[in-house]
Structure formats: structure tokens, C-alpha cells
Design a protein around this ligand. Structure first.
Ligand SMILES: Cc1cc2nc3c(=O)[nH]c(=O)nc-3n(C[C@H](O)[C@H](O)[C@H](O)COP(=O)(O)O)c2cc1C
Length: 399
């Protein structure tokens, strides 16, 4: 099939091969790994970024969902779009729609939330390896070979419900055989939903050793040193961070190898990006990121005040007055936002089975704070650490 390309695609396999030691990767994060945040982490050492998970069914059926959930620009490369899809048709349709604007698509097989499993998404797919293989093979037949196709998964469980490295390796090797460009592995099983559940680094190392394609390892990377250590212990081709990058978007920046908190310069970059983004960046998203990256460095009373502000101008005044922080973009050129249109491809009729429902559906409610931020805020009032987070509950507001 001849698909229109908005820009040349990056060769993602080559990106891994050319990395000096390991590729630094920003994780898919519902609500948070959006364009402006990707700009910030790319300015701070990230070499490959993922979009938040998008629900294929919504993207395939609703122009509104496409416009709300995806944006990009010429500075937003290389980029992988992640989808929750339950079958090959859904995923292939999303892939063809988004093809002009990204370098690859990723199938979410890691979300352990009950709503996702009930719909056959996320970890639900790990129970049906045939389905995952079918999805990957269909994609490989449908899209040019230079377009990356990948899967993000967790460790599998055996019949005794314990971690089964063998089963994980079998599935990973089957996916390699079907033609995935790379895999991402989170070092916990679907049953291990909490951040306190021990990350199985040895298992990730075994899986990395068993593959010829690049493996990205993920879990508990909170600093530059954690990332280097996880790479050393697993010899994986890539290291992905999620919560660590929210807490310090400069985590992968080798200028700050010993940083334990976000450097001021990085917060200033965020203010600049937000200022130049104007209405493209919603206030709630701007404030949440600021709060994640900076509020630990403020007194408790100021944190509470920051989180209760209602507009960008109030936040800027507050930061100026209390933290001596302000944007410095007076003479900067505004960033370019790609005008994403989707006329190059008409989704087939059989993939439009939920069209009416999809029009209003989104994987999260933009008006609410969401579970991750709500928990962050309450932890902030009691202590400085997010000690035991239910990782599985982070994708949406349910569970
Ligand atoms: C707020 C939030 C949203 C997330 N959304 C997604 C998502 O859209 N897709 C996905 O595969 N994983 C998602 N995750 C899981 C992360 O990508 C990652 O696998 C997990 O947080 C463990 O990595 P960490 O220890 O670096 O945080 C999300 C995590 C967080 C904290």
C-alpha cells in the first residue's frame, strides 16, 4: 500500500544500533507524555519518545479524538505512537492513520487495569499470544518495512502464578520472529501492580540475552545512575523511564549525572515551552508537570498554594514571587505544530463498529485531575515520597 509520508521516517533499528551505550527513552504515559513534555525531555537527553496510549477504536472512528489526543511538530522526532487495540484490524487502521506523523507504532500489552483486561486490551492480550502474533504479522504485511512495529509487555506468569522467564522468552522470541522492530519489557508481572513489588532485573537480563532485536527495559529508573545501572545489569539496548522523568525531566541529561531533583534550568525550560505553546498546552497539564518536577523543592505551604492556582498567569506570578523563576522567551521563535490531517486513509467499515460511542469516548477524563496526580497531591501533604503506588491504576481514573 502506498501511504503518504509527512516527513521521512527514522530507522528505529538503526537508532538502537548507533546508540553509544544504550538508548534513553521516555515512556508512554496517559495524560502526560504529550508533545510539550516530549519537547522538554528531548532537550534533556531523551533519544526516543512515546505518545500516551491512545485507544485505537476512538482514534479510528473519531476526528475529535484524533485532534484531542495527538499532536506533533518537526522537533518531535523520533516518535512512537502507542495504541490499545484488541485485534489486528483495529491496530492496523490506527497505524495507517498515524503513519505520516510518527516513526512507528507500539501495541500496549502491559496495562494491568481491570477495565483494559475486560475489553481485551493491555495485559488481557498477554493471555492470547496468538492474537498478539496476528496483530504484528498483519502490521508487517500492511506497512512498509522501514516503519517500526513494537510491543510493550510485562513478564509472564506460569501455571503457579510465579514469574515465568521461560514463557516470557518464548513470547518475545515469537514476536521477534513475526517481525517486531523492538520490544519493551516492564520487569513485573500483571499481578504485580504495585511499585513496591520487586522489579525482576535478572529476568529482564535473561530476556535481553535471548533476543537479537533490541530490548528496552523499564522499571524504577529514578536517576541517571539508576538508568546506567539497569543497563549494566541487563545489557539491554534501551532504558525507559516514566515516573522518574515526571519527577525530573532532566533524568537522562548527562550534564546532571548526580542530580537527585529537577535542575532549575530544566524548570525554566518548561516555563519557556509552556509560554511558547500558548493554548496548545492545557493549563491542567502545565500545572501537573510543574508540580511533579518542582514542588518537592518547595515548602509544604507553597506546594498547597501552587496546586490550588487556576491559571497560567497566576502560576507565573507565584513562581516569580516565591521561587525567582520566570520564562525567558521574549525573542524566541514559536515552535511549529504540524497540521495533522487524516484524509489519506479511510478506515474500513468493519473497524467502525463502535463509531457512535467512540465520538465521546476517551481513555481518560480531561476535566478531572486523574488518579496519579490526586495520589501525588495527597502524598505531598503527608511526606515527600510516593512510597507505594499502585502502578496498575495509573492509566486512567478507574480501579
Ligand atoms: C501517569 C502514568 C501513565 C502511564 N500511562 C501508560 C501508557 O499510556 N502506556 C503504557 O504502556 N504504560 C503507561 N504507564 C506505565 C509506564 O509506561 C511504566 O511502564 C511504569 O510506570 C513503570 O515505569 P517507571 O518505574 O519508570 O514509572 C503509565 C505510568 C504512569 C506513571
Amino acid at each position: 500500500m502506498q501511504l503518504h509520508q509527512q516527513r521521512p521516517h527514522h530507522d528505529i533499528a538503526a537508532l538502537f544500533a548507533e546508540a553509544k551505550d544504550y538508548l534513553r527513552i521516555s515512556a508512554p504515559m496517559v495524560r502526560y507524555s504529550k508533545l510539550e513534555f516530549r519537547r522538554l525531555v528531548r532537550q534533556n537527553g531523551v533519544q526516543l519518545a512515546f505518545t500516551p496510549m491512545m485507544i485505537s477504536d476512538s482514534i479510528n472512528n473519531s476526528e475529535k479524538a484524533r485532534q484531542n489526543e495527538f499532536s506533533t511538530g518537526p522537533d518531535d522526532q523520533p516518535l512512537i505512537a502507542q495504541f490499545a487495540a484488541k485485534d489486528a484490524t483495529e491496530f492496523a487502521t490506527s497505524a495507517q492513520l498515524i503513519y505520516p506523523y510518527v516513526d512507528g507504532v507500539d501495541l500496549n500489552c502491559g496495562c494491568p487495569q481491570s477495565w483494559a483486561i475486560a475489553k481485551g486490551y493491555g495485559c488481557g492480550l498477554l493471555r492470547q499470544p496468538d492474537q498478539i502474533r496476528d496483530v504484528v504479522q498483519t502490521l508487517r504485511r500492511t506497512l512498509p518495512t522501514d516503519f517500526s512495529v513494537s510491543v510493550k509487555m510485562r513478564l509472564l506468569q506460569g501455571n503457579d502464578n510465579e514469574t515465568s522467564v521461560q514463557k516470557t522468552i518464548e513470547l518475545a522470541q515469537q514476536l521477534e520472529h513475526c517481525g517486531v522492530t523492538f520490544l519493551t519489557l516492564h520487569g513485573r508481572t500483571a499481578a504485580q501492580k504495585h511499585s513496591k513489588d520487586t522489579l525482576n532485573i535478572e529476568a529482564m537480563a535473561e530476556v535481553a540475552k535471548s533476543l537479537r532485536i533490541p530490548l528496552i527495559v523499564n522499571g524504577n529508573v529514578e536517576s541517571f545512575q539508576d538508568a546506567c545501572e539497569l543497563h549494566e545489569k541487563t545489557q539491554a539496548a534501551g532504558v525507559m523511564a516514566a515516573r522518574g522523568l515526571l519527577a525530573n525531566p532532566a533524568l537522562f541529561n548527562s550534564d546532571y549525572p548526580l542530580a537527585t531533583a529537577t535542575p532549575r534550568a530544566c524548570v525554566e525550560q518548561w516555563l519557556d515551552i509552556a509560554e511558547l505553546a500558548g493554548d496548545h498546552l492545557l493549563f491542567q497539564c502545565f500545572l501537573h508537570h510543574l508540580s511533579f518536577m518542582w514542588s518537592n523543592q518547595m515548602k509544604r505551604i507553597l506546594r498547597v498554594q501552587l496546586n490550588s492556582l487556576n491559571s497560567k498567569s497566576q502560576v507565573l506570578e507565584f513562581l516569580d514571587e516565591h521561587c525567582d523563576l520566570r520564562p525567558s522567551v521574549a525573542n524566541s521563535t514559536p515552535p511549529v505544530y504540524t497540521n495533522c490531517t487524516y484524509n489519506h486513509f479511510t478506515p474500513p467499515k468493519h473497524s467502525r463498529h463502535l463509531a457512535a460511542e467512540a465520538e465521546e469516548k476517551s481513555c481518560w477524563d480531561a476535566a478531572s485531575d486523574g488518579k496519579f496526580f490526586s495520589e501525588f497531591k495527597s502524598q505531598q501533604l503527608s511526606s515527600n515520597n510516593m512510597e507505594d503506588l499502585e502502578l496498575g491504576g495509573l492509566f486512567a481514573d478507574e480501579d
